[in-house]
Design a protein around this ligand. Structure first.
Ligand code: HCA
Ligand code: CU
Length: 436
């Protein structure tokens, strides 16, 4: 029976606007990520992270606005001078003062945003839609006049009035904005809503769409994927998902999603092998651990435990793995030190230990391991000791058997020696032994 090679997770052909196979990453670890409660970046750490992101292959790197603080400006200017392959953006409020400072820092483009929901208009900046639209037009035209890329985003898009959104997006589209941004600022959006909103907006504008998803309700990666299906092209990510509150789309988890759906595109474009290093760098910088259940780099992401799983994984890893650890420079691990283990997993461990045991013996050992595993958690050492003890006991029994056999032979041959006195030929001696 042959297994179909068709990818069941590939783009849906009915999504004719889909960018699943042609998306771009705007990584905002150095802007949104700076809003993570633990983050404290220095020029040095920002440079290191920017270089690592560039090596990984993200398309854009977004940095904190230069008006946020003197240091923020220095960091932005320093990173603009690094000559990275990735384009460098800065993220600013929608006003001319911020825009004037931004365009003088050496950036490739500017990501401008302003809140459009009732919440933002009432409790954040207090401006109405016509003020917002005028400000947006002024800033976009100014940034464009400097020959830089410009994106205009509405903050809290999902709680904004759809008519307001369509009005402002079509206005900025007409004056030549490069991208519009749709932001799920509070992380309340679900994939179906995302699909509908992106699809609706996409049908009204000709520019590209960037989307930004917070993860308050755990939907960030799913929302990003759905946004691509609906025609968004750019996805905002941060390393490990760091950002305001519990953050946004994590780069690693997003890569896991995308490599399954668009393997050729993802593997040719991004250096997946660098992911762990990049995550470790950011985790250390902001003093957190990589979560145990992180896609790809969580410590148990490629650990297989139950005996049934282990058996199949040993026969063909794809049986229980949708991601190949080797694509990320990682390896899978069969967890054999537990009561759910099976004899195939133990056999693999016996082979790793270079010991010679029969399948029946390994089954007996597995039984012992399961019995002990019922009583307490097991370590690898526990299992190895059980295997080695069994092996040395078996070796002792084998040795004792051998010795007995040798003694028996010796006895027989001395009996034959006695018989020799009667002048038997050697050939006859052999026959005597074998006939016993
Ligand atoms: C914020 C702003 C933002 C902006 C997103 C964007 C958000 O910190 O609140 O520019 O598209 O989540 O709305 O990050
Ligand atoms: Cu955000």
């Amino acid at each position: 029976m042959s297994i179909s090679t068709k990818n069941p997770y590939g783009p849906n052909p009915s999504d004719y606007l889909s960018n699943v196979n042609s998306f771009k990453i705007i990584d905002t670890t150095l802007r949104e990520g700076e809003q993570f409660s633990n983050a404290f970046f220095t020029v040095d750490s920002k440079v290191k992270i920017a270089k690592a992101l560039d090596e990984f292959g993200v398309d854009y790197i977004e940095l904190t606005s230069p008006v946020a603080s003197d240091q923020s400006k220095t960091e932005l200017e320093t990173i603009c001078k690094l000559g990275l392959k990735a384009k460098v953006l800065t993220h600013i409020r929608c006003n001319m003062n911020d825009a004037k400072v931004a365009v003088n820092c050496g950036v490739d483009g500017v990501n401008v945003f302003i809140g459009t929901s009732q919440f933002m208009r009432q409790y954040s900046h207090g401006k109405d839609m016509s003020f917002i639209t005028n400000a947006a037009v002024q800033v976009i035209e100014f940034v464009k006049s400097k020959g830089l890329e410009i994106r205009f985003s509405t903050e809290d898009s999902f709680r904004s009035d759809i008519v307001d959104l369509l009005n402002i997006y079509t206005t900025v589209d007409k004056i030549g904005v490069d991208r519009i941004g749709i932001a799920d600022t509070v992380g309340g959006g679900n994939p179906r809503q995302v699909y509908e909103l992106v699809r609706t907006i996409k049908s009204c504008v000709s520019c590209d769409i960037e989307t930004h998803f917070h993860n308050d309700t755990g939907c960030a990666i799913a929302n990003a994927y759905t946004a691509l299906e609906a025609g968004s092209k750019y996805i905002d990510t941060t390393v490990l998902g760091i950002g305001e509150r519990n953050g946004i789309v994590p780069l690693g988890g997003f890569m896991a999603r995308m490599v399954v759906s668009a393997p050729d595109y993802v593997k040719s474009k991004y250096k997946l092998i660098k992911l762990r290093e990049l995550e470790t760098l950011v985790a250390e910088t902001v003093k957190v651990n990589i979560p145990f259940n992180n896609p790809i780099t969580g410590f148990c992401a490629f650990t297989h435990k139950a005996g049934i799983h282990a058996k199949a994984i040993l026969a063909n890893p794809s049986t229980y793995e949708i991601l190949n650890p080797a694509d990320f420079g990682l390896s899978r691990y069969i967890h054999f030190a537990n009561r759910l283990t099976g004899w195939n997993a133990i056999k693999a461990r016996v082979e790793q230990l270079n010991l010679d045991l029969t399948d029946d013996q390994i089954k007996e050992i597995t039984h012992k391991i399961k019995n002990l595993g019922d009583v307490r958690p097991l370590s690898i050492d526990d299992v190895d000791s059980i295997i080695k003890d069994y092996h040395s006991d078996a070796a002792k029994v084998e040795l004792a058997k051998k010795e007995q056999e040798e003694q028996r032979r010796a006895l027989e041959s001395s009996a034959d020696d006695d018989d020799d006195d009667d002048g038997d030929e050697p050939q006859q001696k052999k026959q005597k032994i074998s006939s016993q």
